[in-house]
Design a protein around this ligand. Structure first.
Ligand code: PLP
Length: 379
C-alpha cells in the first residue's frame, strides 16, 4: 500500500474531476467559439465552470481568466502589473519565500532595470506588514505576496498589506500567489483586497495544465497571449475545456468539503506533529506555519534526499522541500538561516483530505527504519 504525503507538490485528480474531463472531451467536445450548437454547449459549460471558480474566490465570473497553471498566472500578473503601472515607477516589493514562479519574473524585471525589494522572513518564516510599510515607496508599482508558503505553511499578511496600501494611498497593485492558499485557508478576494490573484488546478484535485488569474474589475491588465480573442481578449487560444471542467468539478467538491477538511486536517497535522516528534528521535518541526496541510520538519543529522529516497522505496512519498527545486537547497529554508545540520535534513509532509492516520503511522515507522538503517551525515 502506498502513502502519498506530498499534496503540496500535487494532488490526486478526484474521480468527479476525471469524469468531468472525460465528459468534456467526449460528449461536450465542441469549441466554445464555434457558432453551432456543439459550440454553444461548450460555451455554456465554460460559463458555468467559470462561475464555479469565481464563486469559490468570491469574485465575479468576468474577473476570472483561465490559464495553463499557477506559474503562468504569476508571470502574467507580475509582468502585466508593472507594464500597467509603468508611470508609477520601477520598484517592486516581494518576499524571499515566494515560489520561483514569482521570484523568477521579478529577477527578470530586475535585469530590465526594475528594483526589487525582497523581504526576508524571521526564523519562523513570518513576514510582517511593518516590513512592507518600511519598504513601500512612491514609485512602488507592485507588491507581490503569497497567501500560504508552499514549504513552510506560513500565512502571510496579505489583507493587512492591502489595507496599508489603501491607507498610504499607494498606486501599487497588489498581487497574491494563492496557489497553496486556495481551498486550504478561508478567504475571498474581497476580504484580501487584492488586485490580482493566482490559483492552480493540480493543487486542489484537478489535473495539471489549468490555473486561473483573478483580475479585479477595473484593473486593465495587458493581455497575455494575442490571437483568437478568447478569454475576453486577454488570453487567446482555444480554452482547455476538459481541464477547466475538471477544475470546476474539483473546486465544487473542495468548497463542499472545506469546513470538514479544515477541521480534519488540523487534527491530522496535530496527530502527525505529536507522533513524529514523540517517536522519531532527532526530528524537529520547522517554523509555526498555520496552513493545515503543510508540515515542514527536519531529521537532524540525515540528508533529506537520502531519506526521501529511502521512504519512496517503501511506498511513502514526501518531499525534501519544494518539488520544483530538484535537489537544490531550497531558497525558502535558506532564507530562514537554519543551521546546516537542520537545513540538510529538511523534509516536507503535506496532506490532503484523503490522508488518514494510517499514512502518518506509516511515515513514522518509515522514519524510524531510516534512522536504524541509514548512516548519519554528522561527523
Ligand atoms: N506558487 C506556489 C506557491 C506553488 O506552490 C506552486 C507549485 O508548487 C506554484 C506557484 C506553481 O504552480 P503550477 O505548478 O500550477 O505552475
Amino acid at each position: 500500500m502506498e502513502h502519498y504525503l506530498d499534496n503540496a507538490a500535487t494532488t490526486r485528480v478526484s474521480d468527479a474531476a476525471a469524469q468531468a474531463a472525460l465528459a468534456a472531451m467526449t460528449g461536450g467536445f465542441g469549441n466554445p467559439s464555434s457558432r453551432h450548437q456543439a459550440g454553444a454547449r461548450a460555451a455554456q459549460a465554460l460559463k458555468e465552470h467559470r462561475a464555479v471558480i469565481a464563486g469559490a474566490l468570491g469574485a465575479k465570473p468576468e474577473e476570472v481568466v483561465f490559464t495553463s497553471c499557477g506559474t503562468e498566472s504569476d508571470n502574467w500578473a507580475i509582468r502585466g502589473a508593472v507594464r500597467l503601472n509603468r508611470r508609477v515607477g520601477k520598484h517592486i516589493i516581494t518576499t524571499a519565500i515566494e515560489h520561483d514562479a514569482v521570484l523568477q519574473p521579478c529577477r527578470a524585471l530586475e535585469r530590465e532595470g526594475y528594483e526589487v525589494t525582497c523581504l526576508k522572513p524571521d526564523r519562523m518564516g513570518n513576514i510582517t506588514v511593518q516590513q512592507v510599510a518600511d519598504a513601500l515607496r512612491e514609485d512602488t508599482a507592485l507588491v507581490s505576496m503569497m497567501l500560504v508558503n508552499n514549504e513552510l505553511g506560513t500565512l502571510l499578511p496579505v489583507a493587512e498589506v492591502a489595507k496599508l496600501l489603501k491607507q498610504r494611498k499607494s498606486a501599487a497593485l497588489l498581487h497574491c500567489d494563492a496557489v497553496q492558499g486556495f481551498l486550504h485557508v478561508p478567504f475571498t478576494v474581497g476580504e484580501l483586497g487584492v488586485d490580482l490573484l493566482s490559483i492552480s488546478g493540480h493543487k486542489v484535485h484537478a489535473p495539471k495544465g489549468v490555473g486561473a488569474l483573478y483580475i479585479k474589475s477595473g484593473v486593465k491588465l495587458p493581455g497575455m497571449i494575442v490571437g483568437g480573442h478568447q478569454e475576453n481578449d486577454l488570453r487567446s487560444g482555444t480554452e482547455a475545456t476538459a481541464q477547466i471542467a475538471a477544475f470546476a468539478a474539483a473546486v465544487s467538491e473542495g468548497v463542499a468539503r472545506f469546513d470538514r477538511d479544515q477541521a480534519y486536517l488540523k487534527e491530522l497535522k496535530a496527530y502527525a506533529v505529536e507522533k513524529l516528534t514523540g517517536e522519531v528521535a532527532g526530528l524537529e518541526c520547522i517554523g509555526n506555519g498555520e496552513a493545515p496541510h503543510i508540515l515542514p520538519v527536519t531529521l537532524v543529522g540525515y540528508k533529506s534526499e537520502v531519506v526521501v529516497r529511502f521512504l519512496s522505496d517503501r511506498g511513502i512519498f514526501i518531499s525534501s522541500g519544494s518539488a520544483c527545486h530538484k535537489g537544490k537547497p531550497s531558497h525558502v529554508f535558506a532564507a530562514l538561516n537554519l543551521p546546516k545540520k537542520q537545513m540538510d535534513g529538511v523534509l516536507r509532509v503535506s496532506f490532503s483530505g484523503e490522508n488518514t492516520r494510517e499514512d502518518v503511522d506509516a511515515l513514522v515507522d518509515g522514519l524510524k527504519q531510516a534512522k536504524e538503517q541509514l548512516f548519519t551525515s554528522l561527523s
